[in-house]
Design a protein around this ligand. Structure first.
Ligand SMILES: Nc1ncnc2c1ncn2[C@@H]1O[C@H](COP(=O)(O)OP(=O)(O)OP(=O)(O)O)[C@@H](O)[C@H]1O
Ligand SMILES: [Mg+2]
Length: 344
């Protein structure tokens, strides 16, 4: 297949996405596909007379490692020499239209929130993952909470707080403050003391105008992939220090990821069925990863669903696939296969 792998973009998860995209493009090439890695923000820089030609051209070396902190997006924005402020770079639409399939290795607002999906639908570009509606719903942690609650899935008690509104006073401590549409724990704070609350609100508002303030759930962190409506093996996440923040997510060795999770068969069954229910309540297609916390009493709370989950060397879906005997390359092909369902 001729495949464009889209990565980068202008979200806080830009570097994570470049790492995901590099791995995906490499694996697809190893499996005999012609895969071209393109940064969606910078566009395709090479020369061609017909976009179909690019799949047979020599491709530049692939990038890689994720730093300890999220990238400086203003610097990224300034470094582009395009004379408009479009979020999509030069030639991207044209080369995606020439491809058999576009693999979305994008994460975060710019790529995972449904806007590119809607644009690609308009252009008849076939892409991996969920369509625009499920993407938009799942990207919004407030809407996710409402829909899951009404569908009988427990979520941590909490609210959406808009910038400029009076801070929600009725909060217990510890609580969690996080951007409504964020990812990779960027701008997420666990607030233990009431006198720190306003400081962390201000920090989190630096990332987004809408925040989630919710009850801190003490317990075990579990995550489950869903592929084509069916749950994958469960992973338990145990950071060696602190919580599962940006650094603990992407620096190898800082977090233990146990797959299959060392929980009882009943708990495994419960969390897998919940993940499938979340997948369907949020109208997600193709695949996703659903994050949970299980408290000391065994109650399971859903935090969120990720519609374009990470594909980096430390990411979780590849570990779930490995536990099912699927290599990384096979996983990439499987993602394309289940994503083709949208177009039948
Ligand atoms: N209510 C909560 N109680 C305890 N810990 C929490 C809570 N909410 C978030 N966390 C911690 O913060 C991390 C990030 O939260 P969450 O999964 O909601 O956001 P995210 O940044 O979108 O994550 P992802 O990288 O999976 O997209 C969780 O993995 C968990 O460790
Ligand atoms: Mg998460």
């Amino acid at each position: 297949m001729n495949i464009v792998v889209l990565c980068g973009g202008l979200s806080n998860e830009r570097d994570v996405s470049i790492s995901s995209g590099s791995g995906v493009a490499r694996a697809l090439r190893e499996r005999g596909h012609k895969a071209v890695l393109v940064d969606v923000f910078f566009g395709y820089q090479g020369q061609y007379s017909d976009p179909h030609e690019i799949f047979d051209m020599e491709q530049p070396a692939l990038g890689g490692a994720v730093g300890e902190r999220e990238p400086d997006l203003e610097a990224v924005r300034r470094s582009r020499s395009q004379d408009d402020d479009a979020l999509i770079g030069k030639n991207v639409i044209e080369i995606c239209r020439a491809a058999d399939f576009t693999f979305l290795a994008l994460h975060g607002e710019d790529g995972e929130n449904g806007r590119f999906q809607a644009l690609f639908d308009v252009y008849g570009i076939k892409y991996t993952g969920c369509g625009y509606l499920g993407s938009a719903i799942a990207m919004n942690k407030g809407l996710t909470k409402t829909l899951l609650r009404s569908g009988g899935v427990s979520v941590p008690d909490g609210i959406v707080l808009k910038k400029g509104c009076k801070p929600y006073e009725n909060v217990g401590f510890p609580c969690v403050v996080k951007p409504c549409s964020g990812g990779s724990s960027v701008g997420t704070y666990i607030v233990s003391e009431p006198d720190e609350y306003e400081k962390y609100l201000e920090l989190a508002f630096g990332y987004e105008d809408k925040l989630i303030v919710e009850r801190y759930v003490r317990g075990r962190e579990l995550t489950v992939g869903v592929m084509d409506g069916k749950a994958m093996p469960v992973i338990e996440i145990i950071p060696k220090t602190g919580f599962y923040d940006y650094k603990n997510k992407y620096q190898a060795g800082l977090t233990d990821e146990l797959c299959p999770a060392p929980i009882s068969a009943e708990d495994t069954e419960r969390v897998q069925r919940l993940a499938e229910r979340v997948n369907s309540l949020l109208m997600i297609e193709a695949y996703c990863r659903v994050d949970f916390l299980m408290d000391e009493r065994g109650e399971i709370f859903c935090l969120e669903a990720n519609t374009l989950p990470g594909m980096t060397p430390t990411s979780l879906i590849p570990q779930m696939a490995a536990a099912e005997g699927m290599s990384f390359g096979e996983l990439c092909e499987r993602i394309i296969e289940v994503s083709e369902e949208k177009y039948r």
